[in-house]
Design a protein. Sequence first.
Length: 475
Amino acid sequence: MTEERKTRYCHNCGAEIDTRAKICPKCGVEQLPIPIIEKVSSAWYLVPFFLALIGGIIAWYVNKDIDPKKARNFLIFGIIWSIVCSIFGTVFYLWLLWGRMLTIPMFLLSLVAFWTILYVLGRVFHLEKYGLEVGPAYFIYKSGKMKAAVEALAQRWSRLWRTLCNVSLVIAIGLVIYSVYLFVSNILRFFFLGEVATRVSLIIPGITIRLYWIPYFMIAGAVIVVTHEVAHGIAAKLEKIPIESAGVMLALVFTGAFVELNEKKFEEAPTISKLRMVAVGSATNLVTALLVFLLWSALFTPAGIMILETRKGGPLESAGLGQWDSVYAVNGTRILNDLELYNYMTNNSVSAGDILILDTNKGTIPINVTEGKWTNALGLIYYWNYFGCRLGLGYFPAIHLQLASTWILLLALAIAIFNMLPAYPFDGDKIVYYLLERVMKKGLREARIAITAVCFGLMATSIALSFMQHGLFFL
């Protein structure tokens, strides 16, 4: 897969001529013989594309003496493509196991194996020389193309971005106030209203979040963090702050991105410029949540109950219904959500031994009700409301689109609010710090530490009260 040069230049007049010409057709001077220089074809990229790392090694070995630089690129592509395939393969593997079959020990073992292989590859091939940094449980890739894309976006619609940055400053200040209010009011509700208080918890896969949510969590994290960081980069470019680097990353199961600014130039910038650059990240998350909500509202409509977990040997499992199946109607009565199902079973005094005819995605299925409240009577442990998709997609593509968009909406809102909490190292801390910097000459550092301590105290108190009153929150 090599290409021969087809033209060369006359050594007398400089005209471009055929490499096989012995006499220049323009000046008539006899040409000196030249060696045929082989050019390595880009078609060699197909070898690592189909064979991953092995293909990269083959392409590098065959072409290393002809074009060392391009041969090295084949090898790098093979390594990167292997990593990408490993990541998606792992995610797909977890997805296939669905959570019920995937135990926490199995998940941890898979996670350790994945990161061990990745770390060894990074050490063996010294990937840091090519912008790839692989640690024991993280992967960072610095991309010149991503940096160029951010800079190009900033230049293309500069007036629009400047308007959004100014609006973001107002939104961010509002989010700072709301984030503190949210924790204070929630703590008060815990003491005076009990069950009405919102549960607060850290995100810990397998502990506070079920394992089958991880693929959706990773997709949502990638969308939210990439848009967040790109917004920071665009704002920095508008304020004439150089972007040092940009790229993507993966830490354990947390996907993300980064835009690294020139810290010296950033600190030298006017206060209003720094505020705009900091504010735009969370404001972008809020806008993302709003856009996803509008899209979600247009695409989906209430249509039933989605089964996520069933009791072993219970009525639903015995009838062949399980995870990702949905119930649309009971005994001919349309059921749009969990409240309607609860009201039907209560109002019709459904009891043990009764037979219910369920309309489901698998057809019409009868089940024998057992003792217990409505969920226990059905053998239903965990569920979400099901929403039908107006796009006319198949059943499974529709539910996974629903779940992915729901997770993007939830995480975008959560990050928009909690990132504006005025506690170090959140963006809300920088907003408050730069505002205080304008009015305080002394005690700025002490004030920053005090505000951070109060905010983390509020967060810790909310988490503790949630655990004490409701137990471990498990989404």
